[in-house]
Design a binder for this molecule. Structure first.
Ligand SMILES: *Cc1c(COP(=O)(O)O)cnc(C)c1O
Length: 404
């Protein structure tokens, strides 16, 4: 059970006023808010531990290194990876995808095929296009249905002996659709292709078991699950990560350096060049603790109630069109009202203290598919309330009256 009043008292920003009104924060799919339990870890790090990790003989460095490696193990346990060194700490989802794309530039041949879907975030499209330009491989796209799900029959037809890699988001940030990744992974493996799952939008709502999924690579960002910005993780099966060359050269990723030849460090350090976001990684661990204390089952159940309540109420508004009507979706609602431009609607909501996102949500191909310039997107978290949804619905109703 979610005790939402108690939870809200953990988030200082939720008691802020915006334009003279109590803030209603419905932009959780872009970034989530940060509880005191996580903010305190960052303050504590800079107040007590700050030093560089892994290289120091002194006490501060040892303590900071220990806290950093404990966070890695927390992340490993949370996602149920087999080994801590299969968790590469990155600056976020975008960097994790670029790391894999850049690594495969040596391993692909011209005319190899890669598969993505029509509902990817730009960060899971552009790195693969760049990889195709470098290698001469082709990018194939799984089409979407009108209700905002993947056409799985078409996926089966795209797979063939030339398919090397498949990249799909676990949950679409623009539509909320939960994709059938078990089926995707199994079909790809039956075809000897590897799979990378972009979990940025799934991890705030779902706790993935990476060994059970048998997925090859999985990436996510801390800032969407109550952690700080600029931190994330890339999971990869050890035997696959070992085949990839380092992503960046620098300190920490080497074993020995001479001007004749440099040898690289083992996993995970081979992929962690330079001084990382130490406080951020430790805070990522604290964010996972915080969310696990509440429990992902309770979070999913409560958010689903918010989603159903908001969907039912929105549908009563004249001219309402919701994009993304998959049976299995997270608490994201993308919509338009009549011919009103999403930006105009979003601006009026902002005047009322209600934060939503408007535009293409870094997923332009989805907007092209629906032949719209963009949508208004409201996305809920476990710290949102039914009263906030009432205020939001009244705001949309008012804005629609003014603009139509
Ligand atoms: C947010 C998001 C990303 C990008 O995450 P960054 O933290 O900006 O790297 C990628 N994919 C999806 C599905 C997202 O929701």
């Amino acid at each position: 059970m979610i005790d939402v009043n108690k939870i809200r008292s953990d988030f200082p920003i939720l008691s802020r006023k915006v334009n003279g009104q109590d803030l209603v924060y419905f932009d959780n799919a872009a970034t989530s808010q940060t509880p005191t339990q996580v903010i305190d870890v960052i303050i504590d790090y800079y107040s007590r531990l700050n030093s560089n990790i892994h290289r120091g003989v002194h006490k501060l460095s040892q303590e900071a290194t220990e806290a950093y490696e404990i966070a890695r193990i927390k992340i490993q346990k949370h996602f149920n990876a087999a080994k801590p060194y299969e968790i590469i700490l990155t600056s976020g989802t975008t960097e994790g995808i670029n790391l894999i794309a850049s690594g495969y530039s040596n391993l692909l041949k011209p005319k190899d095929e890669l598969i993505i879907s029509a509902m990817e975030h730009h960060s899971n499209i552009v790195p693969w296009q760049m990889l195709c330009e470098k290698t001469g491989a082709y990018l194939k796209v799984i089409p979407m249905t009108l209700e905002g799900t993947l056409n799985m029959k078409a996926f089966g037809e795209l797979l063939n002996k030339k398919t090397k890699l498949v990249f799909i988001n676990h949950v679409s940030n623009a539509l909320g659709t939960v994709n059938p990744i078990v089926e995707i992974i199994n079909k790809a493996h039956a075809n000897d292709a590897y799979v990378l799952i972009d979990g940025a939008q799934a991890c705030p709502h779902i706790k993935p078991d990476l060994q059970a999924l048998d997925v090859d690579f999985y990436v996510t960002s801390a800032h969407k699950l109550c952690g700080p910005t600029g931190v994330g993780m890339l999971y990869g099966k050890a035997e696959l990560l070992k085949l990839l060359p380092p992503y960046q050269g620098g300190g920490e990723m080497i074993s020995t350096v001479t001007f004749e030849k440099t040898t690289y460090a083992d996993l995970p350090h081979k992929f962690e060049a330079g001084t990382p976001n130490i406080a951020g990684v430790i805070a990522f661990g604290a964010a996972l603790d915080y969310m696990n204390d509440i429990g992902f089952d309770s979070i999913a159940k409560y958010e689903n109630e918010l989603l159903n309540y908001a969907t039912d109420s929105l549908q009563k508004i004249d001219g309402m069109k919701i994009y993304g009507e998959a049976h299995n979706k997270t608490a994201v609602i993308s919509f338009n009202v009549g011919k009103i431009h999403p930006y105009d609607l979003g601006s009026i909501l902002d005047q009322l203290g209600i934060a939503v996102r408007t535009g293409h949500h870094c997923a332009q191909p989805i907007m092209d598919f629906f032949e719209i310039p963009g949508t208004v997107r409201a996305s809920f978290s476990f710290y949102n309330t039914f009263e906030e949804i009432d205020r939001f619905i009244a705001g949309v109703d008012k804005a629609a009256g003014m603009l139509q």
